[in-house]
Design a protein around this ligand. Structure first.
Ligand code: CP
Length: 307
């Protein structure tokens, strides 16, 4: 039995197979309508979510399976003090696979150690968000036709943004990927990403504060929200929340074939006037998230499309 806790739990070859499966699903959705008949996914969300929880549920429903779960800690027995390890023992009796989001880093890992069903990390604190990364990889591969030879700009809250940490971890395995890390000094990537991931793998990267200056060199611009819920101090959040706002004027500085991604939700960091730019790919990214989660469920449950 396998879990997905970190993007590196899958090799580059396994990710390629998973993205190929997701691409086949995209082009033949009806062909997959019954591959998970009788299977159930439990979505255990101790933190708010729109996309991740509902896309997991849509994915399992598209595969013919069913869903159960909770959408907040307050509506589960966590509110009475039940531990993650006890909860997963119960869920293992009710479902075939589960997706867990938790504010504490490492909670899905703890769950996996006590689980008899595959556990998927659907976001743990400011740590990792591997299924968003699979979504991002599928989006980039679909838009650019490759996952190598590109310059990726990551902009905004690079300190608390778990999607950024997971994406960097995943992309350093592809040849000739360069990073431009655009943030205010207070929201730079954590030291372990800079030292243990980027420098340790000899990956070219720059840390800059100016989005306008970075724009012309980018193939992908990955915008992120300032993560209010992870700040200790509201004043700091208010000071930093609008540090970058992508608008039409900034888009004029970009390559004709640069694409803008965002894990969403968006607050102010992308002006709605950008939404109709053909390079704005963040809503297409949401659709890819369903296909990739369908492929992930099939992979972890070891089910195949009928011949
Ligand atoms: N991208 C993402 O994780 O969105 P949600 O918080 O709505 O799940």
């Amino acid at each position: 039995m396998r879990h997905l806790l970190n993007p590196l739990d899958f090799s580059v070859e396994e990710i390629q197979n998973l993205l190929d499966l997701a691409a086949d699903i995209e082009h033949d959705l009806p062909g997959y309508a019954h591959v998970c008949d009788g299977k159930k996914i439990a979505t255990l969300f101790y933190e708010p979510s729109t996309r991740t929880r509902l896309s997991f549920e849509a994915a399992m429903l598209n595969l013919g399976g069913s869903v159960l779960g909770f959408s907040s800690a307050a509506s589960s027995s966590a509110a009475k003090g039940e531990s993650v390890s006890d909860t997963i023992r119960m869920i293992s009796c009710y479902a075939d696979i589960c997706a867990m989001r938790h504010p504490k880093e490492g909670a899905p890992l703890v769950a996996s150690l006590h689980s008899s069903i595959p556990v998927i990390n659907a976001g743990d604190g400011g740590h990792q968000h591997p299924t968003q990364t699979l979504t991002d990889l599928m989006t980039i591969r679909s838009l650019l036709g490759r996952l190598d030879n590109m310059t990726v700009g990551l902009c905004g809250d690079l300190k608390f943004g778990r999607t950024v940490h997971s994406l960097i971890n995943a992309l350093v395995r592809y040849p000739n990927v360069k990073f431009v890390l655009i943030s205010p000094p207070e929201l730079r990537v954590p030291e372990y990403i800079r030292e243990d991931v980027l420098k340790a793998n000899n990956i070219p990267f720059q840390e800059v504060g100016n989005l306008d200056e970075a724009m012309p060199q980018l193939d992908i611009l990955y915008m992120t929200r300032v993560q209010r819920e992870r700040f200790f101090n509201e004043e700091d959040y208010i000071r930093l929340k609008d540090c970058y706002i992508l608008d039409k004027a900034k888009m004029k500085l970009a390559k004709e074939h640069m694409f803008v991604l965002h894990p969403l939700p968006r607050v102010n960091e992308i002006s709605v006037e950008v939404d109709n730019d053909p390079r704005a790919a963040y809503f297409r990214q949401v659709q890819y998230g369903v296909y990739v989660r369908m492929a992930l469920i099939m992979t972890l449950l070891e089910v195949k499309k009928p011949c």
